[in-house]
Structure formats: structure tokens, C-alpha cells
Design a protein around this ligand. Structure first.
Ligand code: NDP
Length: 335
């Protein structure tokens, strides 16, 4: 799937062009490369940022070259001592059926050793979004048992885990999402104490006041804009806002102004942004925790899987209309 050109506003399917090309299914003699058969691609909101020509923490896509992103793949051939034919790996590949990765960086392609869960989980709960939930909640938000936690975009790849981590710590957790089906998932599958559909709440500040009469100790920010503005008056003294994402802003030409930031002072709130890749050294620790949770049946994870590489562009843009219910995955090939 080729990236057509830089965009402004909402991405469209036509910004990503399916094409065919052929590659030799063999690693060149004497090279350090790994040849991969891609099984699952991950659709992630940060990919929108790569469609704009601007300086960011991750480089823009190159027009005329394949879109790239996180994926789970099988090693078909390897000239690299760290990978063998038949290994499963997760990391960054092109949006293509087969990828030849030259001289892979150790953090850009990781071998999968734990296979008691579906392999696709390495696009989500055991991959980048899972680490994001872990870092944003456990590291940035400094949670304590009994605290009140609010999660926006709560049914998605990151949010569903944040809510479950918070419940495992003994917190009171409320989530918001954009449909009844998602709200039902939050309450009945992920174990949130309560949840609401933000699209049906005309006065979000008043809604949050109802759910958090004593204030929010931790806000896990996925949305930004009007949502953040409604959260600020509802923060408790010494609350923390873990700024993970602001998806409501990613397609805007002019960002929404948040007019009440002075409340950070009055309420002594700490608001901190983070980028998950700065914390990948914690991945082994995270995996130990996650394996234990899965072994004890303490975590559930919901994925939304579309079939075929050609479905990837539609799945990616669906993140910005809330089409996905859970982690958005594209199955490119069967294991
Ligand atoms: P999700 O699986 O949650 O998918 C995105 C969801 O966002 C949609 O399903 C939709 O759900 C919601 N959404 C879309 N547009 C809007 C809008 N205008 N207003 C409110 N909600 C909207 O995505 P992820 O879990 O992968 O990502 C969640 C957030 O985490 C994103 O902001 C992302 O950028 C951020 N992130 C940050 C990282 C970091 O290192 N800081 C790393 C990974 C992710 P609904 O139907 O509920 O509206």
C-alpha cells in the first residue's frame, strides 16, 4: 500500500494506493537481512501524523513509498544471527505482504517467545499500545489504590487496558466512548465501574461531575480539545493527567483552544505527556507482568480484525470516525 502524498484534514482511502510489485523470497547472499511474511498489521492513530510533512518524533511517510507501521510477521529466511526461519516477530514493516528488513535494529524487530495468546496480540495488548497503557498509567500517572480514574477513548487499543490496569490496582474507573456498544463493553467486558457515551452528553463538565462528585485523581488523556476542557474543572487537588494522545485534534487545521488551563495551578495538577518509545527498556518488566495477568485470567482484550491488505486503508481512517471496536488489526495472511 503506497503513500500517495502529504495531506491536510481527514485522511481518505485514496491517500493510500494498493499496488503490486515482486520481490525474491530469499535473503541476498551474505547480507544481514531478514525476509518476513507479514501476518497482522496494526492501525494506529499516530500514523496520521506521518501523513503530514512536519517535524515530529516519528518521520513522515515518503510519497511513493509503502506506508509502514507495527506488525506481526513470520521469518521466511534470515541472514541475521538473531532470527531464524520459522520465528515469529513483531516490529515495524511496510504495508505489504512480504518485507525484506535490512540490518534490523533490536528495538525495531523483536522475537516473540511467549505464544500462549493469539499472535495478533503483539499488535496491541503485548505490543506498542499495551506498553503505552502500562507507561502512561503505571509510570506517568503514579496511581494509588482507591483513587478515581477517568479514561477517554476507553474502549480502544490503549484505553481498554488502562481501565483494566486501574481496576487491578483497586481504583474506581469510569470510561467514555462513542457508542452504546462500546459503553456496554466497558461496563460488562472490561470491568469499568461505569461508562458513558460522550456523544450523547451535551454538557460534559456536568456529566463528569456526576460520575466524580469528589473529583478525578487521574485522567488518562486520549482525546484532547473539548474533552480536556471539561475534565479540568473536575480534577481533584493534586490530580495527575497522563497525556497519551489527543485524537480529536489530529485532523484539524486549527487546533481547539483549551481555555481553562489555569485550573492546573489552582488544583495543583501535574499534567505530563509521554512517548511510549522512550520507555521500551521497560518491555521485559511489562511482559513479566502481562504473562502473569494472562496466566491468572485477569485480563481480556478485544480486537477488531479486517481481512486482507486491501482493507488496511479503510481500517486506518476508521480510527478517526470511531469505526473500530477495540484494537484495529488487519489480517494479511493466515499463520
Ligand atoms: P483507539 O483504538 O482508541 O482508536 C481510536 C478511537 O478514538 C476511535 O475508535 C474513537 O473511539 C476515538 N476517537 C476518534 N476521533 C475522536 C474524536 N474526534 N473525539 C473523541 N474520540 C475520538 O486508538 P488507540 O488506543 O490506539 O490510541 C488511543 C490514543 O493513544 C490516541 O490518541 C493515540 O494517538 C494515543 N497513543 C499515544 C502513544 C504515545 O506514545 N503517547 C502511543 C499509542 C497511542 P470513540 O468511538 O470512543 O469515539
Amino acid at each position: 500500500i503506497i503513500f500517495r502524498d502529504y495531506i491536510s484534514g481527514f485522511p481518505k482511502e485514496s491517500d493510500m494506493i494498493p499496488t503490486t510489485d515482486t520481490i525474491k523470497l530469499k535473503v541476498p547472499e551474505g547480507s544481514n537481512s531478514v525476509l518476513l511474511k507479514n501476518l497482522y498489521l496494526s492501525c494506529d492513530p499516530y500514523m496520521r501524523g506521518r501523513m503530514t510533512q512536519s517535524d515530529s518524533y516519528v518521520p513522515a511517510f515518503t510519497p511513493g513509498k509503502p506506508i509502514s507501521g507495527y506488525a506481526v510477521s513470520e521469518v521466511l529466511d534470515s541472514g541475521n544471527p538473531n532470527f531464524r526461519k520459522g520465528d515469529y516477530v513483531w516490529g515495524i514493516v511496510g504495508w505489504e505482504q512480504y518485507s525484506l528488513i535490512e540490518n534490523p535494529h533490536p528495538m525495531a524487530l523483536m522475537k516473540i517467545d511467549y505464544t500462549d495468546v493469539p499472535l495478533s496480540y503483539y499488535t496491541g495488548v503485548l505490543g506498542m499500545p499495551g506498553m503505552t497503557a502500562y507507561v502512561g498509567f503505571h509510570v506517568i500517572a503514579s496511581p494509588k489504590s482507591g483513587e478515581s480514574v477517568y479514561v477517554s477513548a476507553a474502549s480502544g487499543a490503549v484505553g481498554q487496558l488502562v481501565g483494566q490496569f486501574a481496576k487491578l490496582m483497586g481504583c474506581y474507573v469510569v470510561g467514555s466512548a462513542g457508542s452504546k456498544e462500546k459503553v456496554d463493553l466497558l461496563k460488562n467486558k472490561f470491568g469499568f465501574d461505569d461508562a458513558f457515551n460522550y456523544k450523547e452528553e451535551p454538557d460534559l463538565t456536568a456529566t463528569l461531575k456526576r460520575y466524580f462528585p469528589k473529583g478525578i485523581d487521574i485522567y488518562f488523556e486520549n482525546v484532547g480539545g473539548k474533552m480536556l476542557e471539561a475534565v479540568l474543572p473536575n480534577m481533584a487537588l493534586h490530580g495527575r493527567i497522563s497525556v497519551c494522545g489527543m485524537i480529536s485534534q489530529y485532523n484539524l487545521e486549527q487546533l481547539d483552544g483549551v481555555h481553562n488551563l489555569f485550573l492546573l495551578i489552582i488544583k495543583r495538577v501535574r499534567m505530563e505527556g509521554f512517548i511510549v518509545s522512550d520507555h521500551y527498556h521497560l518491555y521485559p518488566k511489562f511482559m513479566e507482568m502481562m504473562k502473569q495477568h494472562f496466566k491468572e485470567g485477569k485480563l481480556v482484550y478485544v480486537e477488531d480484525t479486517v481481512e486482507g491488505l486491501e482493507s488496511a486503508p479503510g481500517a486506518l481512517i476508521g480510527l478517526f470516525t470511531g469505526r473500530n471496536i477495540g484494537k484495529q488489526v488487519v489480517r494479511v495472511a493466515h499463520e
